[in-house]
Design a protein around this ligand. Structure first.
Ligand code: NAD
Length: 368
């Protein structure tokens, strides 16, 4: 884990910032398909950075349907450390060069890609070709076209693909989906969303390199706010207009710092959003015909809270990562599409692609 990421993430959490047709009969495929119903499925984490080490590996100690079976890392010292800490056998440890040999490992049912964004496409496709089901972290890829290639590769290999959208398993956000989509307070008329944190890390980190991250605060944090608008309405936006602001152009030379957008939905709701690497925020505020609801902090790992017409939602904070991975293991066992499939990641990337086009053109841009 890079120290800078550790610091910024910890900060983020503390502030509650908001925050191939191939191998059809590989042993691993047979293992997942034939696993006894009470056997936990094996997950291999690819990329042992801040999120894998700080959140996913600990969550995998709490999961009921899956467990941490393997790791893929480019750093030999991490392999030693993780093997000891999590009791991972040598035969389940790979590096980026030996990764494809995972095809012959029946202990691994699911590969979880937790790498810089530019590497998501390659490792998702390689995992699917190795006969493994895949969870890929957000943002799914550098652009929507890459998302489509990843979806096609998983489909061709007959493997399930899911995106690490943990908030679909989080009670307050689920309540916002219910209130909005079922029009419990009447039709939603206004949505305001935002997500960000003050980036205080290493100026050389991958998050600040366009080639590795695809973009800045919008790709990393704004994606949650875009998705919240989509899941509150249960509709897809059709156009977007965006502007941006940079207070620290030296640090954010290659990527966006703060972005503002307005989304046009078919129902005519007024939907605005903000992403930032220079502001601690994380909110979803919704106005409907007969009342209001909000989730705030909305997008962090814990400390999530919400209100309906001013009254606090009486809902628990849960281990989102454990719930998300357990659900995917169940989907694999039942051969059922995840509620957050690759297509969900592609939809967000279509919006993000259009926001970047709008920043360039200064005009409304069609989505998709
Ligand atoms: P990180 O920088 O802490 O870890 C990245 C890992 O990738 C490191 O182990 C690093 O060694 C490895 N790596 C391999 N090749 C690399 C290269 N060329 N450059 C840099 N690192 C390289 O990042 P992170 O915070 O763990 O994020 C990883 C992914 O997880 C990202 O897609 C991020 O958006 C996502 N993430 C999701 C959540 C969530 O809540 N769902 C939270 C944090 C991060």
């Amino acid at each position: 884990m890079k120290p800078e990421t550790k610091t910024s993430r910890r900060d983020f959490i503390r502030k509650g910032s908001l925050m191939a047709g191939v191998l059809a009969v590989s042993p691993a495929v047979l293992s997942a398909a034939c696993a006894a119903p009470d056997k936990k499925l094996g997950i291999a984490l690819v990329g042992l950075g801040g999120y894998a080490g700080g959140l996913l590996a600990p969550a995998l100690q709490k999961t009921a349907n899956c467990y941490l079976a393997g790791i893929v890392t480019g750093t030999p010292a991490k392999a030693v450390e993780w093997a000891k800490k999590y009791n991972i056998p040598q035969k389940n440890i790979y590096n980026y060069q030996t990764f494809d040999e995972i095809a012959n490992n029946p202990d691994i049912d699911i590969v979880y890609v937790v790498l810089p964004v530019s590497m998501h496409k390659e490792f998702t496709i390689r995992a699917a070709k190795a006969g493994k089901h895949v969870i890929c972290e957000k943002p799914m890829a550098l652009n929507a076209a890459d998302c489509r290639a990843m979806i096609a590769a998983c489909r061709q290999a007959n493997r399930l693909l899911s995106i690490g959208y943990r908030l679909h398993f989080e009670p307050h956000n689920q309540e916002a989906m219910r209130l909005g989509q079922k029009q419990v307070l009447g039709k939603v008329t206004i949505i305001e969303t935002g997500n960000g944190f003050v980036y205080g890390g290493n100026p050389n980190a991958w998050r600040l390199k366009k080639a590795l991250a695809g973009g800045g605060g919008l790709m990393d944090m704004g994606i949650y706010a875009i998705q919240a608008a989509r899941y509150t309405l249960g509709q897809e936006p059709i156009a977007v207009k965006a502007t941006q602001e940079k207070n620290n152009p030296d640090l954010f030379k290659e990527v966006d710092e703060t972005v503002f957008w307005e989304l046009k939905f078919p129902g005519g709701q007024k939907v605005t959003g903000k992403s930032s690497y220079n502001d601690n925020l994380g909110f979803l505020r919704v106005t409907a015909e007969k009342g209001k609801f909000d989730v705030e902090p909305a997008y962090g790992y814990d400390g999530i809270d919400g209100h309906v017409n001013g009254k606090q939602m009486d809902l628990p904070n849960i281990n989102q990562q454990a719930a998300q991975m357990d659900d995917f293991a169940t989907c694999v066992r039942l051969n059922k599409q995840s509620r957050v499939p690759g297509e969900e990641g592609e939809k967000d990337m279509k919006v993000i692609d259009a926001i970047y086009r709008s920043l360039d053109s200064g005009k409304w841009e069609k989505i998709g």
